[in-house]
Design a protein around this ligand. Structure first.
Ligand code: HEM
Ligand code: HEM
Length: 175
């Protein structure tokens, strides 16, 4: 049977949910770094950084894909103000999905920490500098709170459409 509902394509849907899960994993690890036994700390930071880098690469891929593929139209159409707000919210999400992990990179390197990819390691080319990494960590942390708050609001709006408005909006992004 032909699906009459216009939906995001498979690439956009796969990247949307993969990035959402990876962001939650990176956020959870970032918040709990200090709760692990001290001997685990560098491995946890490394895992956090690797997951975060995956978010960065996949978000850039998503944005590139998005620029070449228009999203499906809303059925029924959204009110003009709601459509503008949705567009603005999505734009801000894209900015934060890229900026938060991008700021994570100097946050890591200015600690003098490198990355262990398993097969090979990259040492930090920078000397440990507390004066720089402390404020960078603050910005990285605040940015991640903003991103999670926005994503939570975004998810709440999607659930509202599904449960209360009972329109087809959410189905456009479901696998
Ligand atoms: C979506 C991606 C990411 C999210 C949501 C995220 C979130 C966080 C959060 C919430 C913290 C805790 C901050 C604090 O309590 O001081 C943190 C710390 C940190 N993040 Fe990220 N991060 C991401 C990506 C990255 C990336 C890509 C890197 C490096 C390549 C990175 C490096 C670090 C470092 C070095 C810390 C400090 C760890 C410590 O307290 O010792 N992050 N991050
Ligand atoms: C960290 C978590 C998440 C991030 C960063 C995120 C990000 C985004 C972005 C940037 C878009 C815009 C897509 C585009 O037009 O290019 C989008 C669309 C969408 N997301 Fe999420 N999302 C997250 C979690 C969720 C969750 C949990 C749900 C459902 C409960 C959800 C439901 C949707 C739906 C239905 C759309 C299509 C909305 C529309 O076209 O107006 N997202 N998401």
């Amino acid at each position: 049977m032909i699906d009459p509902l216009p939906r995001y394509d498979a690439v956009a849907i796969t990247l949307h949910w993969a990035v959402a899960l990876l962001i939650l994993a990176a956020f959870g690890l970032g918040l709990t770094v200090d709760d692990f036994p001290s001997g685990w700390k560098s491995a946890v930071i490394n895992l956090h950084a690797l997951i975060g880098l995956a978010v960065l690469v996949l978000s850039l891929a998503r944005l590139a894909w998005r620029l070449g593929h228009r999203p499906p139209p809303y059925q029924p159409p959204l009110a003009p103000l709601a459509a503008r707000l949705a567009h603005l919210g999505h734009l801000l999400l894209y900015v934060l999905m890229i900026a938060v992990p991008a700021i994570g990179v100097p946050t890591l390197l200015f600690r003098g920490l490198g990355l262990d990819f398993g097969l090979f390691q990259l040492a930090s080319p920078l000397a440990r500098n507390r004066e720089i990494y402390r404020p960078l960590t603050e910005i990285h942390e605040l940015g991640s709170y903003l991103m999670i708050a926005l994503a939570a609001g975004h998810a709440a709006v999607a659930v509202f459409h599904q449960m209360v408005a009972r329109d087809q909006l959410m189905r456009r992004m479901l696998p």
